[in-house]
Ligand binder design. Structure first.
Ligand code: GTP
Ligand code: MG
Length: 232
């Protein structure tokens, strides 16, 4: 005797996932919310450190090497996009390991020399671990992009204990930042396929930005001496 066919539940008829899948999705959602919070805390820690450096520098040298600071935490959609592009498993552990720019801080400095000074002060702190550095100022990208990038690891102290969290720090001058923001807009407008004449113009503009940086630094040195830290 065959058992009568069970009619689908209301939830199934509405296309809802079964209870097991639902529980799994809710767990994943909770893990993502938690992950975003942790990266937000890590970014806040780094911002506090930068603000302390800025104020102390100003107090000691009557000079401020930091023009402005911005930060962001990647959205879950953007984290998932990057993980899928890079073939990273869609688990919180694999994402933490493989996506190192979920938390990002961008520091804009007055002069080229300040970029490395700021990074050195930051990573010499005992609770910060330097994971990688990419010096696109010493070795600019072929398109002309310049910036000093560091991936750092900083502990976030939660009720459950410390969570080492990575933050991407980008340090550049105002001229480099100006160039990078325009290049970014052009790159997206052309979906990565920047026409040759624009790519050439961007490369020329990068050279002009570099000349400006050097000229401004030279002027600054003429007025204030070699470097604020070397003054009395
Ligand atoms: P992403 O996958 O883009 O994060 O790059 P990556 O892992 O190869 O690291 P990289 O240090 O080269 O770049 C990290 C970040 O620097 C990017 O997400 C951008 O914010 C910035 N960046 C790198 N290259 C360029 C560039 O050519 N133009 C602009 N405008 N920004 C760039
Ligand atoms: Mg990135």
């Amino acid at each position: 005797m065959s058992t009568p066919q069970q009619s689908p539940s209301l939830a199934q008829r509405r296309g809802m996932p079964d209870p097991e899948t639902l529980a799994r999705l809710q767990r994943l959602r909770e893990q993502f919310v938690r992950m975003q919070m942790e990266y937000g805390f890590a970014v806040d820690e780094v911002l506090t450190k930068i603000e302390i450096l800025r104020q102390e520098f100003l107090h000691l040298h009557r000079y401020n090497p930091i023009e402005h600071v911005t930060s962001r935490v990647k959205s879950p959609a953007s984290i998932l996009d990057k993980a899928m592009r890079r073939g990273i498993d869609l688990t919180p552990e694999a994402i933490r390991q493989g996506v190192t720019d979920i938390g990002g801080v961008r520091i804009t400095c007055s002069f080229i020399a300040d970029t490395s000074t700021v990074l050195e002060h930051l990573v010499s702190q005992t609770d910060i671990e330097l994971v990688t550095v990419k010096d696109y100022i010493a070795q600019p990208k072929p398109n002309g992009y310049k910036s000093l990038h560091a991936i750092i690891r900083i502990p976030v102290f939660l009720s459950t204990g410390p969570v080492p969290t990575t933050v991407e720090v980008q340090i550049r001058t105002i001229a480099m930042d100006f160039w990078a923001s325009l290049e970014h807009k052009i790159y997206y407008k052309y979906d990565g396929q920047v026409p040759d004449h624009l790519a050439q113009s961007l490369a020329d503009a990068a050279a002009v930005a570099d000349q400006l940086d050097r000229r401004m630094e030279q002027l600054h040195r003429e007025v204030h001496g070699p470097h604020p830290e070397l003054e009395d």
